[in-house]
Design a protein around this ligand. Structure first.
Ligand code: SAM
Length: 472
């Protein structure tokens, strides 16, 4: 029944295979010989199967767990260096016809303020985001075919790309909207989206149907097969994720990796990113009403195990997590974070009065983008506003081969430095700028190819005198 190549959700995410996997992982949770063998395989940096990774997640041997953490950190350094890509979510509309029981946008919620941005309001939000220094957005919207049809999303993307305010520009628009048709995915690809992100929420079909009792999202197979349709529509950068807290985390972990294996088996390219959102308090949602919440230690272990299982897949953590928690998981494999986020519709232009709350969930990390950039640099990370790969057509397996050929230091690293330099010139507070300049001077030396290094050095000088948008 389990078939990673199948186009049927219940065959590539096979319930029985997950149960067997969990049983196998449980039985081997103290099997030092097997665990060592899996760790040795992970060291080859070619990834692990969902079964192998599930054993590491279940591992009860503390010294082996520490080894996995160290390996995760090392793999992250090898593939992604010390760059952290920055982005912000932009909520377009919270109208929604679904009944998701964990989300305050659910149709029955009559007291949340319903808002949908006009194109003019989008323009204002984007200018506010550009003035913070953002170059990369993740668009978010509820599912409502009447209020938020595909035409509205397409028009919004066009508006966003067209806005050039001072030196600002949004150069990559990722999209997180409900599962749709191949035809619509094709239109989204033509509109120039970067990654198409869709969280599975839970891979457990029965729970999925209970958690999504009404609306089009109720259909588990249609939702789970969305990435296949996106690929068919020409989108080869897709982002997976589950909402941790809804179901047993080990089940979700195995499902997530099976989904990645399916994309690799069926399309020859794994997911571009994996997100690890945890359920948060929201308008009429109390996370304590859900039984499967995970603590910070478990969360960190999940991040580390994903890192060693799918080394070529970027990993995203949002402002749902606190500064402290983000700090911990950055070391273990996170490669993208949001900063200065607002989860309300129109929240970047003005803060909402409490009685007019349209937010999707409460954020834990409420710092400004500049504070986040400053914090990252004091820890030795390079905040990157780079969007080059997608603009150079390095999507899907072309991006993966860049990773696999170890060209990150000659390509992504200088791009990160040049986009950070733009940020420092245009948006940074004086102290952020001071540490940023020192960081760039230091990190320029890490570029191995002398020719690339000298071009990057010249570009950095040109940015200081007003040029923008260089990329390798
Ligand atoms: N409506 C689209 C869909 O069906 O996928 C867009 C997704 S929504 C704007 C973004 C994500 O937020 C959801 O997929 C869900 O995982 C997450 N989310 C919903 N309620 C949440 C909550 N209370 N806490 C944390 N994340 C939540």
């Amino acid at each position: 029944m389990y078939n990673p190549k199948s186009s049927n959700a219940e065959e590539f995410i096979c319930h029985e295979e997950i149960l067997d996997t969990l049983h196998y992982a449980e039985q081997n949770s103290k099997n030092a010989a097997l665990i060592d063998q899996i760790i040795e395989k992970a060291k080859l940096r070619k990834g692990l199967s969902h079964r192998e990774a599930s054993v590491l997640l279940a591992c009860e041997l503390e010294d082996r767990n520490q080894e996995v953490y160290h390996l995760a950190e090392q793999i992250k350094k090898d593939f992604y260096g010390n760059r952290i890509v920055m982005f912000a979510p932009l909520y377009l509309s919270n109208y929604c016809v679904n009944g998701c029981v964990y989300c305050p946008y659910h149709r029955q919620n009559s007291h949340i303020a319903r808002k949908k941005l006009t194109q003019d309001e989008i323009r204002k939000e984007v200018i506010a985001l550009q003035d913070m220094g953002h170059k990369r957005l993740a668009l978010e919207a509820g599912e409502d075919p009447q209020m938020n049809p595909i035409e509205y999303i397409l028009e919004s993307i066009e508006t966003i790309y067209s806005i050039k305010h001072k030196n600002g520009a949004i150069r990559r628009v990722n999209l997180n909207i409900a599962a749709t048709t191949v035809e619509n995915y094709r239109k989204l690809k033509e509109a120039g989206i970067g990654t198409y992100i869709l969280f599975q929420e839970t891979y457990h079909k029965e729970s999925y149907e209970t958690l999504h009792p009404t609306g089009p999202k109720h259909n588990y197979n249609y939702h789970t097969e969305a990435m296949d349709r996106a690929m068919e529509g020409g989108i080869d950068d897709v982002g997976l994720g589950v909402l941790f807290g809804l179901e047993l985390y080990r089940y979700e972990f195995a499902g997530l990796l099976m989904h990645a294996e399916h994309l690799e088996a069926a399309f020859g390219v794994g997911p571009h990113t994996i997100s690890v959102p945890r359920l948060r308090r929201a308008d009429d949602i109390d996370p304590n009403a859900f039984d499967n919440g995970i603590d910070d230690d478990t969360f960190a272990k999940i991040v580390a195990c994903i890192r060693v299982a799918v080394p070529y897949t970027g990993m995203i953590v949002s402002t749902r997590e606190s500064q402290k928690c983000r700090e911990r998981v950055l070391h273990l494999g996170i490669s993208q974070i949001s900063g200065g986020s607002r989860t309300s519709v129109g929240g970047y232009v003005e803060e909402e009065p409490e009685e007019e709350n349209s937010a999707q969930f409460d954020v834990s990390d409420t710092r400004t983008l500049d504070q986040v950039v400053h914090w990252l640099m004091t820890m030795g990370y390079i905040p990157s506003f780079c969007t080059a790969c997608y603009r150079e057509g390095r999507t899907g397996d072309r991006f993966m081969s860049l990773c696999k050929n170890g060209q990150i230091l000659n390509c992504c690293h200088p791009n990160a430095l040049m986009t950070l330099k733009e940020y420092l010139e245009d948006y940074a507070a004086p102290d952020t700028r001071r540490i940023g300049e020192a960081l760039i001077a230091r990190e320029l030396e890490a570029i191995p190819n002398p020719k690339v290094k000298s071009i990057a050095a010249q570009n950095l000088k040109d940015i200081a005198t007003g040029s923008r948008d260089f990329r390798f």
